[in-house]
Write a protein that binds this ligand. Structure first.
Ligand code: PAF
Length: 279
């Protein structure tokens, strides 16, 4: 496995060795779990070369405390990537990716004003910036992202469409722990008690699905989800919404396309999850 910390040597390597080969890109912020490794496996199945990136991107954090506490486990991540058969890792420092503070801002229209965008202002602009940079540097054939960040995937679809990036995007299923908790790098920060409570968001999604199947109103579902989350000490629901999967408009009625999206805190740790109703 070749490891790069700088942009130019990576570009030269990819150009020299892999020009015209198919390259799969798996962008990550590290603290890797099985979900990330499933993206590596998918990329290996579909491409000649798999490039993973590990970069805790400061421009997508609207909360400095969250950025400071984001888990960083580079040595362990490199071991995991090597075992998974990843070919190349790009793990730059902040000043390599941002040689000067960037003032570039993205506006994704309604897509970055709702859900995560409402609670994490500027977050998706930072995601757009770093993903654009990674696409330019690696020039992947296919790029892999997890469904857990459903809204992020929609943002990246728009980015690719509007900026004509020559890349195919793959949205890969959520990986869950045995009790249903969606795998996330942030789970590492939960203490034992919080870890038990963290399953509430998955259970709330299941509850919502059940109530919707009974034909109850969206309002009734929202109330039930709120009640379930509020019943647990230390859990704070930030939002629970139904949205259309194709364009992410918030929905008051259910269709085949409906996605249920939830976010909230367990103690200080912010978690998100979602469920596509038809799946
Ligand atoms: O999903 C993530 O881990 C990050 O948002 C990404 C896509 C690697 C950009 O920093």
């Amino acid at each position: 496995m070749d490891i790069f910390k700088e942009i130019e040597p990576l570009k030269a390597f990819l150009k020299h060795k892999w020009n015209s080969e198919s390259i799969g890109l798996v962008p990550t912020m590290g603290a890797l779990h099985e979900g990330h490794l499933s993206l590596i496996e998918a990329s290996k199945r579909e491409n000649q070369l798999t490039v993973a990136t590990i970069f805790v991107n400061p421009t997508q954090f609207n909360n400095p405390g969250d950025l400071a506490k984001y888990p960083r486990t580079l040595e362990r991540d490199l071991e995991a990537l090597k075992s998974a058969g990843c070919d190349v890792v790009f793990a730059p420092e902040v000043n390599e990716m941002y040689r000067r503070p960037s003032t570039l801002k993205f506006d994704f229209g309604h897509l970055d004003k709702i859900l995560e965008g409402e609670f994490r202002p500027g977050h998706f602009s930072g995601v757009g910036l770093v993903v654009s940079k990674l696409f330019h540097i690696v020039q992947p054939t296919v790029a892999y992202f997890g469904q857990k960040d459903f809204q992020q995937f929609k943002i990246i679809e728009k980015l690719v469409e509007e900026l004509d990036f020559n890349v195919t995007l793959r949205r890969m299923p959520i990986f869950r722990e045995s009790d249903g908790l969606a795998m996330s790098s942030r789970n590492q920060r939960l203490n034992a008690d919080e870890r038990k409570k963290a399953i509430v968001f998955y259970e709330a999604l299941q509850l919502a699905k059940g109530i919707l199947k009974e034909g109850k109103s969206v309002q009734a579902v929202k109330e039930a989800v709120k009640k379930k989350c509020e019943a647990i000490e230390g859990v704070k629901l930030e939002y629970f919404e139904l949205a259309e999967g194709d364009n992410l408009t918030l929905a008051e009625n259910v269709s085949d396309q409906t996605v249920l999206l939830i976010a909230g805190f367990v103690g200080e740790i912010r978690l998100i999850d979602n469920l596509i109703l038809s799946e």
